[in-house]
Design a protein around this ligand. Sequence first.
Ligand code: HAM
Length: 427
Amino acid sequence: MGEGGNTQVTFSSLKGFKDILPRETPVWQRVETVARGLLEAYGFEEIRTPALEQTELFKRGIGEETDIVSKEMYSLEDSRGRGLTLRPEATAGVVRAYIQHRLYEAYPIQKLYTIGPMFRHERPQKGRFRQFHQINAECFGDEGPRSDADIIVLAMALFDALHLTEVSLKLNSLGCPDCRPTYREQLKNHLAMKTDRLCEDCQRRSQYNPLRVFDCKAEPCREALKGAPTIPDFLCGACKDHFEAVRSFLDGVHLAYDLDGHLVRGLDYYNRTTFEIQTGLLGAQNAVAGGGRYDGLVRLLGGPDHPAMGFAVGMERLTALIQEQETLEDRETDLFVVSLGQEADLRAFPWIRALRKQGWRVEVDYAGRGLKSQMKKAGRLAASKVLILGEEELRSQKAVLRNMKTGEQTTLDMAEMVPVLQQVLTS
Ligand code: HAM
């Protein structure tokens, strides 16, 4: 740009990276508050881990053949040539922290949750973003079926607490290192007969990691999987018992679920119980939450041999579902103060401050417009009460309070304004 030039530069957010605007944040805050309350009731404590980790952590943890690691990671090299990656999910980082800080030493069962942004370089579409947010819960140190059921019940309770009814629970077991190899061989044999119909990726996967073929969206690969053996038919005795016990706990609380023998999830670390919470309301991106048991991951990442089980909810999908079901009302303004003229503005200023300090949502009009336009603004902000303070009121030392729902008007003595308003707003 030459001297004196005035080129207009405009910026916009990156594709798949979304601003969450003020009209949306009340829903997000509500979800977070409900989730935190519920997680804490289930004995979870919050952990916050960094967004950037060593690339190797995810390669090892999630698996090199997964779509997440092979195609979707935001990776970079720092000035010393170290491979770093923006976390595509939270589990690997939480496990890293669990090991690094020896969290298991304090108490044998550790329940940790985290809420924050994740990054995956996927093709953006409805419900799928490149930066998205998860509410993620992990329970370490117990291998019994009751903790599986507890985690699943907790995940479903979140939907319940938000009055989201249009969801269904899918359940599967992926077996263990004892029984999965037999299943893998059977699946390999099934796919070997259809190799020429598989996409290039799946031809390779069918050799090295055949379960990952289930993640492929290509129609010919989906077709090739029709009639494929399902893993629950190959479970060893111990895995079968475990799965039966998980189901008994769920049945005991009348939690409905569908068995889905092809639910393998997109990450390699799972064993035994896996689950997904799906909805029919959001189009192709139908998974709102997913999780499962991952008994081998802590050891795989260099820690002790501790079992674990967890899940994550996608917040963009959850909030979209809330909007779809319209269960949340816009938050009202508790009080709108119409002050007419500088003296009235000055008089009302400390009252407004005091009420806001007590948590009331109080609004004013900075533009100093007339009564009519200020009343209009109060209506737009859904104010339930309006306090009017003009010349006449200043003279009589009595302000007018109007109940916007009933239209009723009363006068309030200015001498005791804050406690009186506090009382009126509480009633
Ligand atoms: P995941 O199934 O990959 O599992 O992701 C969990 C949830 O995150 C999905 O059900 C979905 O709602 C949301 N999600 C995933 N990718 C996107 C995206 N690109 N855009 C919007 N939302 C998305 C995991 O991440 C595991 N770490 C869950 C877990 C925790 N397993 C055990 N512990």
